[in-house]
Design a protein around this ligand. Structure first.
Ligand code: SF4
Ligand code: MSK
Length: 674
């Protein structure tokens, strides 16, 4: 009888917490999860590696004859690129199709978020709901003008201010029309500097309406339609502009009018904001319409008293991802963490409810929540989960206040069901957040001067070398937060002011980069001097992913203030998404680039398998749009590429010498002090 060989036990691959995250709080929670046998994304990233062909953008599954996979030949392409799918689609066509489908996905997510806000806005303007009111009437009037809506009316030959309620209804209606109007072009495109608008016009990429550009991509990337990578990416541009200068910008503006335009405030960040003796409610996702009310309800005396009646000391709110950024910038709600910390917040054992809406919500949250007492509550009609431990309380603006009360009460009742084993990492950092176009103007121009002159002066005299927009996600294929922090630190060390949003902003907050004291400790001498004079941190938190539109408008204000060229592409600025993972990041990258900004992505770019297409968007684009894509995984080289571009622009503007003079002034001063 044959003796059966004993099978060696299969090795279970687990993440090394220190290699998985740069953040100590996260390392502690990853270890705890592993001890408790709770699987997280960090362990799954060890077990499953990405497909090497998909990552290069050269796998097509747009019809049932595929998937057609077109790997690069060993040693690269010599001569003609002969790779073809069954239908004959080339690697360039496939990569371009995949790329613009990502743009469509990203633009759809941002813009549908904007549409939801517009719908709530109209209900509020028509007074169909008591839950929301117009908060910022100054911005309402400003936005009305951009939408071509009259803000005054002539009565008996006299020009009078129009009724604000009337303006609000019209703003809501015109804004909503931007998603599906039959004719014309998006109204906000003319907010860009004129030469930029003219470039878009000449290239034939002015978006018609938001929805149409997304549908157009789905049509033209269907099997057997557009087979020219240049024409495909042209539509990618049209669609991304409809996102950045359309859906996202409208989302930001309407949220500001409805919930208040942010202004700088103090708060904290990281899992250590959770409190063992409080009811902890974590809001997560992107759309702030329900979370706005959850904040109001959780802060009400009625709910605080109720929480105390069951033995808690109060209610602690915290946020993950961009719902967090929205709640932070308007209410100071602390950030619990970035995208990769969503499971970890539950693993503390102290999360009494996690309330999620749309985007960046991992399905595994339900499995993690099952191991603890946490109530996981989905709230959006388009975002449910199949697991049976998930509660769905559907948001509707007409009964939103009741929904918010129900959710907060569920969290309070759940506090009593906590297990004894609570472990909240004792790590958090102080931050100042809530910056925007208006507050930068105030800080760097003053309400008296009311412009970006001071910022421009300091760029021209070289104290500030340039400005970088560093944005985007976490990616489990890189060490959590490391790229964000190394890149931002390298930039500020070299006198580059950083504007940030999304998970990059949260990562910076967790590391203390959003504290004004960081300027003296970590910024170069010129940037530190400016920041210390006006009391700003060297990294400015501008909000959520849709708020990248604030970066576009801040850059436009810099152009308007004068002295730094006539278009966005003339400015000494650069963009970056160090740890991107979401389709939204590709849409953002494309509208940054085609708005004239040199933009570097970390990790990888799904174009590397199609070198001709890659060269087109990374080299030829500079001739067309003045901005271009680049990719660099090494964080220091990544930041240095951005700095080199900033220096190139300074040289073109003739202000490179001014910078040298200022550095000598600093050195002289230091020598004198010594
Ligand atoms: Fe293959 Fe062409 Fe079908 Fe794509 S569309 S899967 S390349 S046959
Ligand atoms: S949340 S899109 S992981 S930034 Fe906006 Fe973070 Fe990226 Fe989601």
């Amino acid at each position: 009888m044959a003796v059966e060989k004993e099978k060696p036990e299969k090795e279970v691959k687990m993440a090394d917490p220190i290699k998985a995250s740069i953040d100590v709080a996260s390392q502690e929670m990853i270890s705890r999860a592993q001890k408790l046998g709770v699987e997280t994304i960090f362990d799954r990233a060890e077990k499953m590696k990405p497909c090497n062909i998909g990552i290069q953008g050269i796998c097509c599954k747009n019809c049932a004859m595929g998937p057609c996979r077109l790997p690069l030949p060993k040693g690269g392409i010599q001569g003609e690129d002969e790779r073809k799918g069954l239908c004959g689609a080339t690697a360039n066509t496939i990569a371009a199709r995949n790329f613009i489908r990502m743009i469509a996905g990203g633009a759809a997510a941002h813009s549908d978020h904007g549409r939801s806000v517009a719908e709530v806005f109209i209900s509020a303007a028509r007074k169909e709901t008591d839950a929301y009111q117009i908060k910022d009437t100054v911005k309402l009037v400003e936005v009305a003008k951009h939408l071509g809506i009259a803000t005054t009316v002539e009565v008996d030959g006299e020009e009078l201010d129009r009724d604000l309620d009337e303006i609000a209804v019209e703003v809501g209606e015109v804004a909503l029309g931007e998603w599906g109007k039959a004719e014309g072009e998006l109204l906000y495109l003319k907010r860009a500097p004129k030469p930029r608008y003219e470039i878009w016009k000449k290239q034939g990429v002015l978006p018609r309406n938001i929805d149409r550009e997304i549908v157009d991509i789905m049509h033209r990337t269907h099997m057997g339609v557009d087979q020219d990578y240049k024409n495909l990416i042209k539509q990618g541009t049209r669609c991304s502009l409809a996102d950045g200068w359309g859906g996202s910008m409208l989302a930001t503006d309407l949220q500001d009018i409805l919930f208040g335009t942010p202004s700088p405030l103090q708060s904290e960040a990281n899992l250590g904001i959770m409190k063992e003796d409080h009811v902890n409610i974590i809001v997560h996702g992107h759309e702030p319409v329900l979370s706005e009310l959850i904040v109001a309800v959780a802060e009400s005396q009625e709910m605080i008293d109720y929480a105390k009646s069951i033995g808690a000391k109060g209610i602690q709110l915290g946020g993950i991802c961009c719902t967090a950024n929205e709640m932070l910038q308007r209410h100071g709600v602390p950030l619990a963490g970035t995208f990769l910390q969503q499971e970890l917040a539950i693993i503390t054992g102290a999360c009494d409810a996690m309330v999620v809406d749309v985007q960046c919500v991992m399905q595994n949250l339900a499995n993690v929540a099952k191991c603890f007492h946490t109530k996981l509550i989905t709230t959006h009609p388009m975002a449910k989960m199949e697991q049976d431990n998930v509660l769905h309380i559907e948001f509707d603006e007409h009964h939103a206040l009741e929904d918010a009360k129900r959710i907060v009460k569920i969290a309070i009742d759940n506090y009593k069901k906590r297990g004894a084993d609570v472990m909240i990492p004792q790590h958090k950092a102080a931050q100042v957040a809530g910056f925007g176009v208006e507050s930068i103007e105030y800080h760097l121009g003053g309400s008296f001067r009311g412009s970006y002159y001071t910022l421009n002066d300091n760029i021209i005299n070289g104290r500030i070398r340039g400005v970088a927009g560093v944005v985007g996600c976490n990616n489990a294929r890189t060490r959590h937060n490391e790229q964000h922090l190394l890149i931002c630190k390298e930039l500020i060390k070299n006198d580059v002011l950083v504007l940030t949003t999304g998970c990059t902003a949260i990562a910076c907050a967790m590391d203390g980069l959003l504290a004004p004291e960081t300027a003296a400790a970590a910024a170069g001498p010129g940037l530190a001097e400016v920041c210390e004079t006006v009391g700003l941190p060297p990294v400015l938190h501008l909000g959520s992913c849709v708020d990248n539109s604030r970066i576009l408008l801040a850059a436009t204000e810099v152009v308007k203030a004068g002295g730094l060229g006539n278009d966005l592409s003339d400015l000494p600025v650069a963009g970056s998404a160090p740890e991107w993972m979401s389709e939204k990041a590709i849409s953002i990258g494309q509208y940054f680039v085609t708005s004239g900004v040199y933009t570097v992505f970390g990790v990888t770019l799904p174009t590397s398998g199609a070198p001709v297409f890659h060269d087109y968007i990374s080299k030829e684009f500079e001739n067309i749009y003045g901005g271009m894509w680049d990719v660099e995984a090494d964080p220091i080289k990544h930041a240095q590429l951005m700095i080199a571009h900033i220096d190139k622009k300074r040289k073109a503007l003739g202000i490179d010498r001014a910078r040298e003079r200022v550095l000598m002034d600093m050195a002289d001063r230091q020598a004198l002090q010594g």
